[in-house]
Write a protein that binds this ligand. Structure first.
Ligand SMILES: Cc1cc2nc3c(=O)[nH]c(=O)nc-3n(C[C@H](O)[C@H](O)[C@H](O)COP(=O)(O)OP(=O)(O)OC[C@H]3O[C@@H](n4cnc5c(N)ncnc54)[C@H](O)[C@@H]3O)c2cc1C
Length: 397
């Protein structure tokens, strides 16, 4: 942990949140064999009231909304600590995609949208989802969308097919990316429209079975269809054609939340690796920690995690100061760099634990499976690397 980005107000909050995660949430992991649904129930009924009583509800919210009004740099450091447990973010109600939808509605939603959709979201009364990706088109180039929203009178009529809509199962509303202005330039064709999931024509097709899934609705990924699904025109967020501009606003801070979460996971894996190496005896008092190869793995993981944390927090600092659009290169950099560090650390931690490492007795196997998609969603590694390289070349041309 670096203290370079700590602020006086953050220090006690960070300590309190970390204590809560270690003492109240990590012990719940032993309940995983009863299923995540069981854990969710305990979180909602027992843990969230405790979090509220401690004054820690709304880590990501503005003061006006009863939150702590933290900067992205500050929230990022909390995101790392929350990730020490797989359901830390969920317990504190700042899990994706709700946190992204909250930020979007907070910045760009109308007062009706904030009251009707954002307020219950931040109170933890409802959940939401974000539907952009479609099976028929490469998600890596999301300007190609088949979903349309046609304005007829005072209603948008939506038709289309989506998949990988995370947390749609049990969500009260979806923010749907749909083409409203097909003749505009590609990046100005789509809009974001709020669709309550009980609207006629909204069809929940299925939860896709994805590696690392826990079977719990808040971390599921759905396929959806929209068939003449009609919503009031005031459900559009911002202006017609502003969908991709809004998506950029949504993704910038989101990548800080995710990458700091992955650093938290790497940190936990490293700690497990260190503790096990020190206690696992090979023969006559010699432990795994005495082996040079394992010492090197631990040293490399330590250096990698520290480096990753510094570039992520520096990116967050720049987003706080200049906005996400000004630091596209840095955002691309962290999006492919941090998953690599996390996976290398998880891999070494599993290896050091031997057979125990690949068993479901430890959290490592769950983390390995559950975090593999990190190299695909929010832009695949290759897309971010190419974007960064193009920007680097541009400066030399
Ligand atoms: C667990 C998970 C959760 C998700 N949650 C959501 C969600 O809530 N809402 C939502 O709308 N979407 C969500 N997605 C979808 C995600 O954003 C897309 O999967 C992602 O954008 C990639 O699109 P694609 O799957 O269509 O892959 P494609 O675009 O078809 O790409 C396939 C592969 O091709 C390679 N590739 C792509 N472009 C390039 C390039 N330019 N150069 C070199 N190689 C390239 C990459 O290796 C990539 O993995 C989620 C996905 C996953 C796995």
């Amino acid at each position: 942990m670096t203290d370079l980005f700590l602020t006086p107000r953050l220090i006690p909050i960070l300590e309190q949140v970390k204590r809560f995660v270690l003492e109240e949430l990590i012990p719940l992991e032993k309940e995983i064999h009863h299923g995540f649904h069981h854990i969710s129930k305990i979180i909602i009924e027992e843990k969230r009231p405790k979090i509220r009583a401690l004054g820690l509800w709304g880590l990501h919210l503005s003061k006006k909304l009863g939150g702590l009004d933290l900067s992205l740099v500050e929230f990022g450091q909390l995101s790392e600590v929350l990730a020490l447990c797989p359901f830390g973010h969920y317990a504190f109600n700042c899990q994706a995609p709700d946190i992204g939808n909250y930020e979007l509605l907070h910045q760009f939603g109308s007062s009706m949208q904030q009251e009707k959709f954002m307020q219950p979201l931040i109170e933890g009364k409802i959940r939401s989802c974000f539907a952009m990706t479609e099976p028929e088109f490469a998600g890596s180039n999301p300007v190609n969308l088949g979903t349309t929203a046609i304005l007829e009178g005072d209603k948008y009529i939506i038709n289309g097919h989506k998949w990988y809509t995370s947390s749609a199962d049990g969500a009260t509303f979806a923010i749907v990316m749909a083409v409203t202005n097909p003749t505009n330039p590609p990046h100005q064709r789509a809009s974001m429209i709020i669709v309550p999931t009980d609207t006629k024509g909204y069809q929940f097709v299925r939860n896709i079975s994805v590696m690392g899934d826990t079977g719990e609705a808040w971390s599921s990924h759905a396929e959806l269809r929209f068939e003449n699904c009609s919503v009031p025109k005031e459900n559009i967020i911002g202006q017609e054609g502003s969908g991709f501009a809004l998506a950029q606003h949504r993704l910038g801070p989101g990548r800080i939340h995710h990458t700091m979460r992955w650093i938290g996971i790497a940190e936990r894996a490293l700690e497990m690796m260190i503790k096990y190496a020190l206690k696992r005896e090979l023969n006559q008092g010699e432990t795994l920690a005495d082996k040079q190869v394992i010492q090197h793995w631990i040293a490399e993981c330590r250096a990698n995690i520290n480096a990753a944390r510094l570039i992520v927090l520096d990116t967050a600092r720049q987003i706080d100061q200049k906005g996400a659009a000004a630091v596209k290169d840095e955002i691309s950099m962290i999006k492919f760099f941090v998953p690599k560090i996390m996976h290398e650390t998880l891999d070494k931690a599993i290896q050091v634990h031997g057979g125990l490492g690949v068993s479901d007795d430890l959290i490592l196997s769950h983390l390995w499976r559950h975090e593999r998609p990190s190299r695909i969603y929010d832009g695949a590694d290759e897309v971010h690397k190419s974007a960064l390289a193009k920007s680097i070349f541009k400066k030399y041309k």
